[in-house]
Design a protein around this ligand. Structure first.
Ligand SMILES: [Zn+2]
Length: 121
């Protein structure tokens, strides 16, 4: 993608412009800087972000709510995965070691999921 700025963005601070251009460059998806709700193509001064979701000024609250909903879903899914381990001995005892060995694949998945959640936050 070649970026050319042909417009003078008056009233926009350099920091915001840098943020916009960085977001634009960091993705190969077309339409990245479109409002998630109405799909309108956004200029730097029109783009808002909430936890990685882009919106126009008009739809900021809706996009924010959608994003929070997604986040709650992910957290709930995370919690269901780790529920398996609740109350289990996963310590250094003989039983704990045996449990960890048996549950190694699930523990692996749970730690990967947590990394995903961390990235999302
Ligand atoms: Zn919109």
């Amino acid at each position: 993608m070649v970026l050319t700025l042909t417009t003078t963005y008056e009233g926009i601070d350099q920091e915001r412009l840098d943020w916009y251009l960085k977001r634009l460059r960091s993705t190969r998806e077309s339409g990245f800087m479109n409002c998630r709700k109405c799909k309108k193509s956004l200029e730097p001064h029109e783009a808002y972000e909430y936890r990685g979701a882009i919106s126009c000024a008009e739809h900021f609250e809706e996009v924010e709510e959608t994003r929070n909903h997604e986040r709650r879903e992910i957290i709930a899914a995370e919690s269901r995965k780790t529920d398996v381990f609740r109350g289990l001995d996963l310590g250094e005892s003989v039983v704990g070691k045996a449990n960890r060995k048996l549950l190694a694949p699930q523990i692996e998945i749970a730690s990967k999921e947590s990394a995903r959640l961390r990235a999302y936050k």
